[in-house]
Write a protein that binds this ligand. Structure first.
Ligand SMILES: Cc1cc2nc3c(=O)[nH]c(=O)nc-3n(C[C@H](O)[C@H](O)[C@H](O)COP(=O)(O)OP(=O)(O)OC[C@H]3O[C@@H](n4cnc5c(N)ncnc54)[C@H](O)[C@@H]3O)c2cc1C
Length: 409
């Protein structure tokens, strides 16, 4: 029976493999490292004495592919979906607190950050109608209250880049799937059990149940080509010849897939830093589950139990010697924002993901790879759901496209 080789056991690869198995295909899953999940994973951290995610992942109820994935692997019931679309913010410069509310039929009250007038509608229109080569800062006026409290934080949260380094199209794609659909699509979806236990581990278990055990520590190092098709996959010393009916899904980051295929690809984007703090129980009670931060280094604070995790998006990697100072700065921002000045965390840990996303600037996006670069090779991964930026939603959507392209032959 023909084999479909899926290379990469991140969320795109896991989901593509499951869809193929569900469609009756004979699947082999290859992975460069010794674990599944790729850029979305959880682990037990000894310093904190807790299971933590590599980084906060903001998921909204409009991310239908994420919800479908959880339904398929049996973890939907573990998701915590907020009852309304309301995000609390704190501005560290002014001390102002407000809630951003997106109205829905069941919860019709809207609320915008203070000082934002009807001009925000014109900004939104320009973002939604921007051409492919336009950046966010080409279409939205800098220096306005809407820039400070809405467009800059949204650009960082959604695109992992500030407005002057981000194209408008992927931001528009996210807005059209969330805010423009109303509050029902903008409720935060959190994972109390953790990212890995909710999105990754049950998918790996479902594959094992279907007889697909990933081949770990097998980085694909070359693709031998013949007549516009892949003839063999080379994993270091191991060479796997492809039969005439065999197919391949490459579910790996854009830069790796581009290098293997000798094609130009989107470049790697900026780093994302996450500072994790274990806090005393009485302090944890005063910190909301999710808080947006403005005018400081941190962008978001997520709290799960007594662990508070602060994200810095669009960041430069931090030298080892500067990490303690950064942890202290990020904790002091959370403490100021939540009225906990004087409280110290019990333990802390900084995680740096250098290649968290692909770069979302227009030049990088103009190098998106084709779905089928070779006759029997299809690509998946977060870079393969244009115009979406690098997100879990994009990765899972790409898996659906890739698997159906293979199953349809
Ligand atoms: C800190 C952080 C915060 C983030 N925040 C958010 C967020 O808030 N919301 C959101 O939606 N998304 C967020 N993302 C992005 C999201 O995690 C990714 O878009 C998504 O996980 C990508 O999945 P993927 O399967 O496409 O790629 P990957 O997760 O990169 O998986 C690719 C897999 O392929 C393997 N591989 C690579 N090369 C080879 C090779 N040569 N041979 C074999 N295997 C190979 C890798 O080891 C990996 O397991 C964040 C990412 C990070 C790191």
């Amino acid at each position: 029976m023909a084999v479909v080789h899926v290379v990469g056991a991140g969320l795109a690869g896991l989901s593509a493999a499951l869809r193929l198995v569900d469609g009756g295909a004979n699947v082999r899953l290859w992975e460069a490292t010794g674990r599944a999940g790729g850029r979305a994973w959880s682990f037990h951290d000894r310093t904190l004495g807790a299971l933590i995610d590599n980084g906060n992942h903001l998921v909204l109820s409009g991310n239908s592919a994420v919800l479908d994935h959880c339904r398929r692997i049996g973890s939907f019931g573990w998701l915590d979906i907020a009852s309304e679309a309301a995000l609390p913010f704190h501005d560290l410069a002014t001390g102002a607190d407000w809630v951003l509310r997106v109205p829905s039929l069941s919860s019709p009250r809207a609320a915008l950050p203070p000082g934002i007038g009807p001009g925000v509608i014109a900004d939104l229109w320009r973002i939604m109608t921007a051409g492919a080569g336009r950046g966010v800062s080409d279409v939205v006026r800098p220096g306005t209250p809407a820039w400070h409290a809405l467009w800059e934080p949204l650009s960082l949260a959604v695109l992992n880049a500030p407005p002057d380094a981000a194209a408008a199209r992927p931001l528009a794609a996210v807005l059209s799937r969330t805010i423009l659909r109303g509050g029902g699509a903008c409720k935060t979806v959190t994972m109390p059990r953790g990212l890995g236990p909710t999105l990754v581990d049950p998918a790996a278990t479902a594959l094992l149940d279907a007889g697909v055990e990933p081949v770990w520590r097998h980085p694909l190092t070359a693709i031998e080509q013949d007549g516009g098709r892949a003839a063999a996959l080379v994993f270091g010393e191991r060479r796997v010849e492809l039969g005439p009916e065999d197919r391949v899904i490459l579910a790996m980051p854009a830069q790796t897939a581009g290098a293997l295929l000798a094609l130009p690809a989107p470049s790697a984007g900026r780093a994302i830093l996450n500072a994790h703090f274990k806090v005393p129980a009485e302090a944890a009670e005063r910190i909301p589950p999710l808080l947006g931060l403005l005018s400081g280094r941190g962008d978001w604070a997520f709290r799960r139990g007594d662990i508070v995790s602060v994200t810095v998006s669009g960041a430069e990697p931090v030298a080892a010697g500067a990490q303690e100072a950064l942890l202290a700065e990020l904790w002091s921002e959370v403490a100021r924002a939540t009225g906990l000045a004087g409280t110290e965390p019990l333990a802390s840990r900084l995680l740096v993901e250098k290649a968290a996303t692909f770069a979302p600037d227009p030049a990088s996006l103009s190098r998106r790879l084709p779905l089928r670069p070779l006759g029997n090779v299809v690509l998946a991964g977060d870079h393969m759901s244009p115009p979406l930026p690098a997100t879990i939603e994009g990765a899972l959507r790409s898996a659906r496209h890739a698997a159906s392209a293979v199953l349809k032959g």
